[in-house]
Ligand binder design. Sequence first.
Ligand code: FES
Length: 168
Amino acid sequence: MKYVVASVDQIPPGERKILDVAGRSIGVFNVDGDYFALRNRCPHQGGALCEGKLWGVLKADVPGAFEYSPRKEILTCPWHGWEFHVRTGQSWCDPRRLHVRSYQVSVEDGSVLTAGAGVEDGSVVTAPARGLVRGPYVVETYPVSIEGRYVVVDVPTRPPPQPISTST
Ligand code: FES
């Protein structure tokens, strides 16, 4: 079901609006003119995800050389810092799989030898930056459209509660 949540003026670029829609707390974001809606409940432990800070994407193809994309599409949960792509709701950090790799080091005639590869990227959803590790969580997202001067979010209605059977 479609809900008018704001006029476009009420959510300027870089801003967000958190509101209750169909019994859910939902954050509607304007990222440089593109609108996204996410459930304001972190799938990790239920933190108010949409109150978190938005960041750009940091890319690094080789150690020591990085590029920062100022387009703020990474939403950080204020509770434990998990990061979610605001476009898809996908988390892009999995501390259970992402760990610092250790290397054997030896000293041989003044040279230090290291070996090893980068992190694994088994993503199906396109990562906001190459080499990111897809996390296990995905936030519920909702389609957003602009109709006239209004921001409209399409939120599915919940099925009615099932009656409790009292038969014995
Ligand atoms: S509740 Fe969001 S990261 Fe833990």
